[in-house]
Design a protein around this ligand. Structure first.
Ligand SMILES: Cc1cc2nc3c(=O)[nH]c(=O)nc-3n(C[C@H](O)[C@H](O)[C@H](O)COP(=O)(O)O)c2cc1C
Length: 340
């Protein structure tokens, strides 16, 4: 079938969905530093969207995006097939490029219910959810992001079942849900998923996920385990330029790191204003305040701030030369210290 996934180069490089990280602001920043082949939204609860106006109003900020973030897959979660159907129809209208069903989130509160990784316990419901989503999605490709099992590795049983659901894409994080992220991801098992795919559903693309930190590792996983693509999550915190073919964060000098930090802060403030908690930004400050004299002291001062104005004052107080409105995003690949 013709959908955007089939047109991506191999190995496909995806930026993982991450709650309170991969919103439209962060995706725009990463698109400007060096875009992956596909972006994912944070997860949106379909049951909230269709049962309660207040909860819906609290969720829809997750669905904001710009053209710079394409192709963009919207990730959804919940328990009711009927709500997945309605959500998939709405996601088509909202112009997303694909829909992904979260069957992997391990949060104990969530997995005790029949949603996210909790669905591993109830393949029948998981199947109904996939079917309902496909019916609502029309021509949009449907994927599932999951893990190797709930309390034990059941790759053949669970991924085999998912591969019988005629999915466009299956994304597997190489861990079980109860492990959270305590042990290394098991890529040997992800290699088994590829073999299962070859037998059961050759048209389904398989992406592996877990502990990958660089383009070289993406190539290595593709070669070694046969996955069509690799999804990268926490690696982006090591380097926002991770998907760029040559640029790397460690080439940035102090001034340019601060330009990046302030551009992010300023865009966050322009897009979200008071709609999102400013403190969400603080986890990103660690990315940019590394490897220069006084970086820890600067980080500490930034962490104490309560709003972008406070951050601006700290940066000015440290004599950094930054524009108040932030550097335009298209300049992020042209920072002086990135030039050869
Ligand atoms: C802060 C954070 C938030 C996350 N939120 C989501 C989410 O909304 N949906 C999802 O499927 N996975 C979510 N994950 C899991 C990641 O998508 C990914 O599967 C996991 O981090 C393993 O990949 P990595 O080793 O490359 O980080 C989240 C992970 C982190 C660290």
């Amino acid at each position: 079938m013709s959908h955007f996934w089939n047109r991506l180069p191999r190995p496909m490089k995806a930026l993982a969905p991450m709650e309170n990280v991969t919103d439209t602001v962060f995706r725009r920043l990463i698109a400007a530093c060096g875009a992956p082949d596909v972006f994912f939204t944070e997860f949106t609860n379909v049951d909230w969207m269709f049962t309660n106006k207040k909860l819906r109003a609290r969720s829809v900020h997750r669905l904001e995006y710009t053209e710079a973030e394409r192709p963009l897959v919207v990730q959804v979660w919940g328990s009711e097939p009927e709500n997945y159907f309605k959500a998939a129809q709405e996601m088509q209208e909202r112009g997303f490029d694909g829909i992904d069903i979260n069957m992997g989130c391990p949060a104990p509160k969530i997995r005790r219910k029949l949603s996210c990784s909790g669905l591993i316990r109830d393949p029948q419901l998981a199947g109904e959810i996939i079917q309902a989503t496909k019916e609502g999605a029309g021509p949009l490709p449907v994927s599932v992001k999951t893990r190797l099992g709930l309390d034990k590795v059941i790759t053949e049983e669970w991924c085999g079942f998912l591969l019988e659901q005629d999915l466009d894409v299956l994304i597997v994080h190489g861990r079980i849900a109860s492990e959270m992220s305590r042990f290394p991801a098991d890529w040997e098992e992800l290699g088994k998923v590829v073999k299962l795919r070859d037998q059961l559903s050759p048209r389904t693309l398989v992406l592996g996920n877990g502990d990958v930190q660089s383009l070289e590792e993406i190539d290595e996983k593709h070669q070694r385990y046969g996955v069509d693509g690799v999804m990268v999550g926490r690696g982006i915190f090591q380097d926002p330029y991770l998907f760029h073919p040559v640029h790397r964060l460690d080439r940035l000098n102090e001034q340019d790191k601060i330009e990046l930090l302030w551009s992010h802060t300023s865009l966050f403030s322009q897009v979200w204003g008071d709609r999102k908690d400013f403190n969400i930004l603080k986890k990103f400050y660690k990315i940019f305040t590394t490897d220069f004299e006084g970086h820890l002291e600067l980080r500490e001062a930034l962490m104490k701030q309560k709003d972008p104005e406070g951050v601006w004052e700290v940066l000015r107080g440290h004599q950094y030369d930054v524009m108040e409105e932030g550097l335009p995003l298209e300049k992020l690949q042209e920072l002086p210290s990135l030039q050869p």
